[in-house]
Design a protein around this ligand. Structure first.
Ligand SMILES: Nc1ncnc2c1ncn2[C@@H]1O[C@H](COP(=O)(O)OP(=O)(O)OP(=O)(O)O)[C@@H](O)[C@H]1O
Length: 452
């Protein structure tokens, strides 16, 4: 196939044909998806980029397209816009094959916000936004009141009215991105495709932009957005499509799709997926991969991690961090005993890790202690997270002093005693040291185990 003309790719619509002026798309009455991509394949020359891509955007859907650099997100969006011709498969807009539609009709069905633009001329911002009206104009029409209203509303919504009379060449990268959003809004299409719409935006404008798209979707439009920021994608999108390794790696609601295994397989990243306390949506913490020969990584390693059962003893943020890092590295952690409300307990819940929690101001009961002992003795390794040399203990009143949960006479002494092998770390331990020690002890334990 051939990429067909970069020059046309960034304009709202490249030409106006009257051939289908009467076929104004009104899918409000239709059950057809606004965008349906089926079995799409695109190659540049003889280099395949994506194949077998299926996705659909219905009214009310904000679909996020995520994936590593070079996965083909922009290519898929360009195939939908019609600026790249698929080698195989189909793109339908409102039920009709996009290839059967004129540029004008496509421009009435889908508007795009490109990642970059070649708007080299010093058009005023207002004129760039007015270009969004092109698909709605007859061959000889000027802008009418409806066009002026649409342009005004789009500039207000995207927050560009303030610099409407500035040349586009004299606005910042982030302002330019919002101008392109305004141009797409002025097009008043049922579907929007956005390529990294927040890439150059400060945090306030990034949130405003996604809130705006989200509101438009709630009002009945549909949008497909390539987004690198996984937390933002999880927060705003109804569904995520993960592109990786030449195709769709996973698709579905963010909480189903953003898992540590999926991130490892798609992004080759070590990541912990928790929950944002503020929004409740998945929150991704990625770590620099630690060079570890025992831990295979790579494209086909989604289920191949050599993880071990590791029981963590300790409390607070230090234990939370250790648990997070172990889970991201593919281990299978558990935790306890920790006091109710502890930061590490919240992380364990997010990780789906077994955790034993005891009331903060009472002695640790036998049942709790036994439960943690069982977890520790089942683990290949226990990690004691604490401050070396402390000797805190249950006090005379019978409550538990959690200030150093791993002290030799502290509340978890019996739990640590039950573990086969124990790694002791303090809060400053490096990831490398922690992971190397865990893997080393786990491997030695496996070697020492009697043959069955
Ligand atoms: N016009 C082109 N000619 C040849 N190869 C291209 C062309 N456009 C893109 N590619 C290649 O296709 C692959 C996918 O590129 P694409 O821009 O779609 O990825 P992406 O997922 O959007 O990446 P990023 O996250 O970095 O923006 C890359 O390897 C890229 O180099």
């Amino acid at each position: 196939m051939s990429p067909d003309g970069q020059s046309a790719s960034d304009s709202a619509v490249s030409s106006a044909s009257d051939a289908d002026a009467s076929s104004a798309f009104d899918s409000a009455d239709s059950d057809d998806p606004l965008v349906a991509v089926e079995d799409l394949a695109v190659a540049f020359g003889d280099v395949p980029v994506v194949s077998g891509v299926d996705l659909r955007v219905d009214r009310g859907d904000l679909v996020g397209l995520v994936g590593p650099n070079g996965a083909g997100k922009t290519t898929v969006l360009r195939a939908i816009k019609g600026t790249v011709t698929p080698d195989a498969g189909s793109v339908r807009l409102g039920g009709d094959l996009a290839s059967d539609l004129s540029a004008r009709e496509r421009g009435r069905r889908v508007a795009s916000v490109p990642q970059e633009t070649n708007l080299a001329f010093d058009f005023r911002v207002r004129h760039v936004v007015e270009m969004g009206r092109t698909p709605h104009l007859g061959r000889f029409d000027g802008h009418g009141p409806d066009d002026e209203r649409a342009v005004r509303e789009a500039m207000d919504a995207a927050g560009v009215a303030r610099f409407a009379d500035r040349p586009i060449t004299e606005v910042s990268g982030g302002e330019r991105q919002r101008v392109l959003l305004a141009r797409a809004l002025a097009q008043e299409t049922p579907a929007l495709v956005l390529d990294e719409p927040t890439a150059s935006l400060d945090v306030n404008h990034a949130v405003e932009t996604l809130e705006l798209v989200s509101d438009l979707v709630d009002d009945g439009r549909g949008a497909l957005a390539a987004i690198h920021d996984l937390d933002m994608a999880a927060r705003y999108c109804d569904e995520l499509v993960v592109l990786a390794n030449g195709g769709v790696h996973a698709a579905g609601p963010p909480e189903d799709v953003l898992t540590a295994d999926a991130l490892r397989a798609a992004f080759d990243a070590e990541a912990f997926v928790g929950r944002s306390p503020a929004t409740g949506s998945p929150a991704v913490t990625a770590f620099a991969a630690v060079d570890d020969p025992g831990a295979p990584r790579g494209h086909d390693s989604s289920a191949a991690r050599d993880g071990h059962r590791v029981h963590v003893v300790g409390s607070g943020r230090d234990a939370a961090r250790v648990l997070t890092r172990l889970a991201a590295a593919g281990h299978d952690p558990s935790l306890g005993v920790v006091p109710e409300g502890d930061a590490a307990a919240a992380v364990a819940d997010d990780a789906g890790a077994p955790v034993v929690v005891a009331p903060a101001f009472e002695p640790v009961g036998d049942a709790k202690r036994d439960a943690a002992v069982a977890l520790a003795s089942d683990a290949a390794v226990a990690v004691a997270v604490g401050r070396a040399g402390r000797d805190d203990r249950s006090d005379a009143a019978g409550t538990t002093d959690w200030s150093d949960a791993v002290a030799p006479t502290g509340p978890n002494a019996a739990v640590l005693a039950a573990a086969d092998r124990v790694v002791s770390v303090d809060g400053d331990a490096s990831d490398e040291a922690l992971l190397a020690a865990v893997r080393d002890l786990a491997t030695r334990r496996a070697e020492d185990a009697p043959e069955s």
